[in-house]
Each structure stands twice: as structure tokens, then as C-alpha cells.
Ligand binder design. Sequence first.
Ligand SMILES: [Zn+2]
Length: 87
Amino acid sequence: MPIYAYGCSSCGLQQDVMQKMSDTPLTTCPECGKETFSKQLTAAGFQLKGSGYYATDFKNGSRPKTAPKTEPACAPCAESGSCPMAG
Ligand SMILES: [Zn+2]
């Protein structure tokens, strides 16, 4: 779950809030109670992972007949599950 950095423009409170990406952003400051609490641009602890492209397409080892001759360099280690790019 990503952690968002929030800040209040009224009292200057800085706080990291853990939220689901689907959660509604907070607007009420827990310190002063004003509607000036907002998400900051810098989000600590949030990092985009790989797209999962290989895990989805090659999950069963069955590949389309139109597969390109040049395999992605990452495919072998993605199948073994030890590749950092495989997520
Ligand atoms: Zn405040």
C-alpha cells in the first residue's frame, strides 16, 4: 500500500498517510481541522513496479506461434522467479 505525504497549508503539519490508491484523498487536517490538508508531490515509500508483462504472457509456458525469434533478455530468469524485473 502506497504512502502519501500530506501537508497542511494552515498549520504546517506534515504527515505521511498510508492509503489504498482507490481511497479518497484526505482534505481535513487532523491537527487543526481545516480543509487545507492536501497530498504533496513527493510520495515516500511509493515505487512503481514492473508491468508484469512476462508473468502474464508466459505464465503457462505456451507461446503464440507468432512469437518473435529474439526473446527478451529477461525471460529465462523471469520464469525462475528470481528476476527483479519480474516483480
Ligand atoms: Zn492543519
